[in-house]
Unconditional design. Sequence first.
Length: 346
Amino acid sequence: MKISDKVIRLIIVLTIMKFLVILPLYFISNSDTFCLLTSKWDSALFETIAKYGYIKPYLLAFPPIYPFLIHLVNVIFGNYHISALLVTNIFGYLFPIIVYKALDYKTALLLELFPIYIIYSTLPYSDVIYLTAIALVFYFLKKGKILPASIAMGFAIASFYSTALTLPSFVVKLKQSFLKFVIIPLIFGFSILSWYYVSTGNPFYYFELERSYWGVKFVAPLAQANWLMSGWFTTQHWTILSLELRPIDWLIRNLCFEIFFIILTLMLLRLKDKDKLFYLIYSLSVIIPLFFIVGTPVISIPRLLLAAFPSFYSLKINKIWLLIYVITSAALTPLFTFWQIYAFFS
């Protein structure tokens, strides 16, 4: 099967942008670059699960799909670091290609040029797996294929449990067919609860972990701002090279990404597309819940917002603005990469 020129362009562009993640790490670490790429923050936890299983209770907060895929690839390569990088980067290339098929080429291009996507489709993180699954949902629904869309949605939920919060938004697209669509995701959800029950004796153990270990609570948006300004995480002594991070830096960072995504989402209303309301409601179902939490996931909001990727469909820009977008991304990607390595950017 012939690969289209646009798919090839997407692959080439993303490959070039990935060097903006890898090269800065090489220059500051030389031989330790590979270790920095694969052993920081959540990456190390995923590889621990892949290698040893759920040896600590808190690891059960991480869904098993990504570690399982790492374990499978490790059978071939015999190296968990390489396996984790391969799994992430394979899905990292698949996601924009599917978005191109589900929405359009420019949306896929803008998404893969987005600094947060570049970083977390290169470093060993699991986000690209559920993002690829959700993109498949949109693709299959565009083709009118409810069964494979339903299966893809179930897989997305199994890869990232919070995806279940977006399920009601699909009523806008499917209407009466929603009941058919939701059956398989509900089966996946029941299987997840059953797995927790068998593993811990508590089907809702995940929520208990989120509360007790990661400090997650539902609050008003102002309380989230207060948490960012005075919470245990942001008040630590974080530095990027010699630059000290202050709590307000985290707050401004979150607000910038949230405002950016909200503007893009609202701009969907300008489109002459029959599915614009569906894209709007779906994207809002990703964005809005993020305003009402405190705890460690608040630090991950820039990354969690990637699930609202249909909002990029509203970004219709000419070549000059595209060039500005590329230059801005090229400048921010190394900065955010350093932030991720030294102080857990997201």
